[in-house]
Design a protein around this ligand. Structure first.
Ligand SMILES: [Fe+2]
Length: 379
């Protein structure tokens, strides 16, 4: 039996009035659709509707976390056009999917900064600044995907005018620094503090063996915001370890080709194919695992929110810690053989073979003993 937690209509009716929120009502009032889903095959071609207030077109993509933490939308700027000026008491991270253009950001004190972007650029809007996006092409539309923490803000205040039209500068977030969106950054361990990445598809990464298969990783703190994000890459013929965490991680494929498995505990994995432009949003505490079946490294960007992270007492996300010691990551040594067979078969269709032996072997050095072995050290 499926564990999707669907109950009788009678019980559902008792909660019907609580299903809608100020946030969902706002999206409807904007005249836009909400796609409810955990897999979008291509964000670059997903259908949009006119969005009169913004001067472009858009669609919202919602999931488990959209009531409480973060949401997602895709927006297109018409050729030769610009979106209307906006300010908002929420944070927003943006990945440009198609086209080229520029954005101007300014505050009430009068400081103004303009920067240019193109497909693959990544940036964040500083809290409550005024901003405007311009399409740099007269022929082609420009399209971006954004993740925001608008839902809890709108649900808290229930006042659209307050959220989108309050005069207040947050100088610690943005104070008109001329180099605010320059392509520089400060690297602190895995974390890159920057407000603009010109080309997320080709940004150099840092090795992170904890996630398996020799993957590269980099984490971002952008526009001094509270939402985080990261890029992860894994080589040809490899796949990552399965793990699980809270809802609201938007995994956007930047390059490569492959598939992901996702499944709630105790159920059979479901398979989702992907290539550049696809997005996967793992549901709350579903295991998920990403496989590269293409002839190039595969890279994704994850737009997140702290709600995603279930952390241990040291502050380490449990998705990085072996299930053998109470974490939420399944070691290669503990995965089912069906996973390996499925991967080998998918690679064979492309004339490729798994390149996982090094990853399996190097895992053994740090692998905690199985709980039953730890309890009986002589076994
Ligand atoms: Fe994840």
């Amino acid at each position: 039996m499926s564990k999707d937690a669907i109950v009788s209509q009678e019980l559902a009716n008792k909660f019907a009035t609580e299903k809608e929120t100020p946030y969902t009502r706002w999206v409807r009032d904007e005249g836009l659709e909400i796609i409810s889903g955990h897999w979008v095959p291509d964000l670059r071609t997903v259908d949009l509707k006119p969005w009169p207030r913004r001067g472009g077109s858009g669609v919202f993509i919602n999931h488990d976390a959209s009531r409480t933490s973060n949401d997602c939308y895709v927006c297109e700027i018409p050729p030769g056009g610009e979106l209307t000026v906006q300010r908002q008491l929420c944070e927003e991270m943006i990945l440009v999917l198609d086209g080229q253009g520029s954005t101007t950001v300014w505050n009430d004190a009068g400081a103004r900064v303009t920067f240019e972007w193109k497909a693959g650029s990544l940036f964040a809007i500083p809290l409550n600044t005024r901003y405007q996006h311009f399409n740099g092409s007269g022929q082609n539309p420009a399209r971006y995907v954004a993740v925001t923490n608008l839902p809890p803000v709108l649900n808290l205040f229930e006042d659209v005018d307050f959220v989108f039209n309050t005069s207040h500068d947050f100088p610690s977030r943005f104070n008109g620094e001329p180099d605010y969106f320059s392509n520089e950054g400060v690297q602190k361990g895995l974390l890159l503090e920057t407000n603009f990445v010109a080309d997320a598809v080709n940004l150099p990464l840092i090795e992170a063996k904890e996630r398996g298969a020799g993957g590269g990783h980099i984490r971002f703190s952008m526009a001094k915001g509270s939402m985080n994000s990261h890029i992860s890459q894994f080589p040809i013929g490899t796949y990552k370890k399965a793990h699980r965490h809270g809802p609201g991680a938007h995994v956007i494929i930047l390059s490569g080709e492959g598939f992901s498995l996702m499944w709630p505990e105790g159920e059979e994995p479901r398979r989702y194919e992907w290539r550049a432009g696809a997005m996967i949003v793992p549901p709350n505490m579903w295991y998920h695992q990403h496989f590269n079946t293409g002839s190039t490294p595969a890279r994704y960007l994850a737009f997140k929110h702290e709600t995603v992270s279930v952390r241990n007492a040291q502050g380490v996300p449990k998705a990085w810690i072996s299930q053998r010691i109470g974490g939420d990551q399944i070691d290669y040594a503990d995965e089912s053989h069906e996973v390996r067979d499925m991967f080998a078969k998918a690679l064979a269709e492309h004339g490729l073979q798994p390149a996982m032996d090094t990853a399996y072997e190097s895992e053994l050095a740090d692998l905690p003993p199985k709980p039953d072995q730890a309890a009986t050290p002589n076994a």
